[in-house]
Design a protein around this ligand. Structure first.
Ligand code: NAD
Length: 437
């Protein structure tokens, strides 16, 4: 969908008008292109930090000294009480204006629940206020995240650092990401094709975000089984052909659907390494006016069918060690939304599914995570009334909607074999939306 205001605001006459009237100025975001090169990165650490070394290993060959940087990274794991937070001021104060447009800020910390003393936990928790504020303050497409790394997981951070520095995370900001020790850390032989040899299932792949997920996973090397309802068969086949994947027509809510899907996967591929539950529907009405069918259909497509499919795929051992389950929630599931009690319940349920299944699946070396998209430019959001659509687009740190590819790139990061330490996370792809913050 086209954002005509953003196009205008980025034109020469538009820039002048926007500035004079103090209107939101959506920056052009730096998005991933094959062969993208990383500019200079400034890395520093509080005394006693344990992540400086592993991060400099990852940054080998990247320039360290410059007037302007593409990223500022601070290892805050050495901060053990609130007085130590001053080191954050010392690092960011002099460099607040030294980032290029679409710059990256990453602060690495210790999860408060893994800290040794209440004082350390307090200080580590405090860092979230800094990163979320920087995301709102720096502007010009800068993203800022806090990455909590559990002691012992220092070797599991590479896929995350690479993702956050790249154009792949253009619309992810103000997030708190948790990395724990990985059952296995498998750096891919080729970081441009981390999913080589993997088989991925993407539901709702005929259009919108699902089609983008299928394309990005295929770009990263996976064979994609693209699934959608029979009525979307032509569009589905077009996506599958385009990415040399296969299509599978199935209504996920039909009687016996999980077993039919498992038969198909088992017969064709013998296993499924990555399952992306993207299919979703809305049937909006305030709860007093909502008929039971609207409630039931949304809960069934968006939540219950995922549970049934996961159960059957797991029972039949079709998801191997190192498998990846990925859900698509929504910021509506975090903030709630008028007219969407059914949808928000289903999406909050997806978050519950991730959090409750993560420890159970960890025993089998399988991770489960979800993205929670904010306002993404798709047919779903194009149908919104104009005022609600404009509010959704502008009420975030990027002053614009995200693109389906932004959601897809985040899912590909979860899917990477090098992301074994990431489980139980819900990462918003919302440009740091004010909703549900
Ligand atoms: P979309 O309506 O364009 O695509 C959804 C796809 O799911 C369609 O192709 C549809 O046919 C398929 N689907 C629906 N019911 C199905 C069923 N029973 N069996 C198989 N396939 C089925 O939606 P989208 O905007 O691309 O959204 C994709 C996901 O992202 C959804 O889960 C949605 O809730 C979520 N999301 C979207 C936004 C946004 O801004 N667009 C924001 C937050 C979350």
């Amino acid at each position: 969908m086209s954002d005509r205001y953003a196009t205008f605001a980025n034109s020469a006459p538009g820039r002048a008008v926007v500035k004079r009237l103090g209107l939101p100025a959506p920056p052009r975001l730096r998005r991933y292109k094959a062969g993208e090169k990383l500019g200079p990165v400034l890395l520093d650490a509080a005394p006693g930090g344990r992540l400086r070394e592993p991060v400099s290993e990852i940054l080998k060959g990247v320039e360290e000294q410059a007037e302007k940087y593409s990223a500022l990274i601070f290892d805050a794991t050495g901060i053990s009480d609130s007085t130590g937070l001053h080191t954050l001021y010392d690092f960011f104060h002099p460099h607040a204006r030294s980032l290029h447009a679409s710059g990256r800020v990453i602060v690495l910390g210790t999860p408060p629940e893994a800290c040794e003393t209440p004082r350390e936990a307090t200080a580590q928790r405090a860092i979230e206020g800094l990163t979320r504020s920087i995301g709102k303050e720096f502007g010009r497409g800068t993203t800022a995240q806090l990455v909590y790394v559990t002691p012992g997981a220092e070797n599991a951070i590479e896929s995350t650092v690479r993702f956050l520095l790249s154009g792949k995370s253009a619309y992810v900001s103000g997030q708190v990401i948790r990395i724990g020790p990985a059952a296995a850390v498998n750096p891919p032989a080729d970081w441009d094709r981390p999913l080589d040899g993997k088989v991925a299932l993407v539901t709702g792949a005929a259009r919108g975000i699902g089609a983008a997920i299928a394309r990005v996973l295929a770009r990263d090397g996976a064979h994609v089984v693209a699934l959608d309802v029979p009525a979307a068969g032509d569009a589905l086949a077009a996506v599958a052909n385009d990415i040399r994947g296969t299509s599978y027509q199935l209504d996920l809510t039909a009687e016996g659907a999980p077993d039919r899907l498992a038969d198909h996967i088992g017969g064709r591929h013998g296993r499924i390494d990555i399952v992306v539950h993207n299919a979703g529907i809305t049937r909006d009405k305030t709860i007093g006016r909502m008929d039971a069918d609207r409630w039931d259909s949304v809960l069934d497509v968006n939540l219950s069918s995922q549970e049934r499919i996961n159960d059957v795929l797991l029972e039949r051992s079709l998801i191997p060690d190192g498998g990846r389950l990925i859900g698509v929630a929504s910021i509506a599931g975090i903030a709630g939304n008028r007219g969407q009690t059914n949808y928000a319940t289903s999406k909050a349920g997806v978050i519950g599914l991730v959090q409750s299944m993560a420890p159970v699946l960890a025993e089998r070396g399988i991770t489960i995570n979800a993205v929670a998209p904010g306002f993404i430019e798709t047919r779903m959001t194009a149908k919104l009334p104009v005022m609600i659509r404009e509010a959704g687009r502008r009420m975030n740190s990027m002053s614009q909607g995200g693109l389906p590819v932004d959601v897809a790139e985040t899912i590909a990061w979860f899917a990477s074999p090098a992301s074994g330490g990431i489980t139980g996370n819900v990462v918003r792809v919302c440009g740091q939306s004010l909703l549900g913050a």
